[in-house]
Design a binder for this molecule. Structure first.
Ligand SMILES: [Mg+2]
Length: 195
């Protein structure tokens, strides 16, 4: 399905895998802390890393814990184009980020630091703690369009009558719902009704 025009006030964003290159950070820690050198992003064909990576579950858990607690220490970088696009969008409407992370403070700090040109009063971060809670959070906050990389969450959003935009990643390509998809912040920005 094609991407339609998006009203900034009604559009929200997931963080990991959309704004933050979390999987690159994961691969970096696996290398640096555990000497695991043979992982590439294309191998991550499932959102659940245990299903697609030849790394013991225990180590996967430890790396994820690090990423959740210390985005800066784990070298979390923004996805290409995200900072420029979000900075532009923030001029039209405040930015709403909804993450399933259980811990809000570390990622909120990362967002504010990364989007350093966006006044902090124009950034809102909501941490739901679980994927399934996103739909109601979006409804409560008037978010009609949501950019997300977790396919199951995209489907829940779509089925609740909102517009889910899949941010293209190797782990979300088995989409049977033909949801609108983009892998480019430049394209997302071009679809925004900015005035
Ligand atoms: Mg995500």
């Amino acid at each position: 399905m094609k991407l339609t025009r998006l009203i900034p006030e009604e559009t929200g964003f997931d963080i990991d895998g959309v704004v933050a290159d979390t999987m690159a950070s994961f691969i970096g820690i696996a290398k640096k802390d555990y000497g695991i050198h043979n992982i590439v992003k294309e191998q991550i064909t499932s959102y659940w890393l245990e299903e697609c990576l030849p790394i013991p579950d225990e180590i996967i858990g430890k790396i994820i814990e690090k990423i959740l607690n210390d985005p800066f220490g784990t070298g979390l970088e923004p996805i290409s184009g995200a900072v420029d696009a979000l900075t532009e969008i923030s001029k039209a409407a405040p930015l709403t980020f909804v993450t399933a992370r259980p811990l809000k403070a570390p990622i909120e700090k990362w967002i504010h630091t990364t989007l350093h040109k966006v006044p902090s009063s124009r950034i809102r971060v909501i941490a739901t703690g679980e994927h399934s809670a996103k739909v109601s959070v979006l409804q409560e906050n008037g978010i009609m369009n949501f950019v997300e990389d977790h396919l199951a969450t995209c489907v829940q959003i779509h089925e609740a009558g909102m517009n889910a935009i899949v941010y293209d990643q190797p782990w979300n390509r088995k989409d049977t719902h033909d949801l609108p998809r983009t892998g480019s912040w430049k394209e997302l920005l071009s679809k925004m009704e900015l005035s």
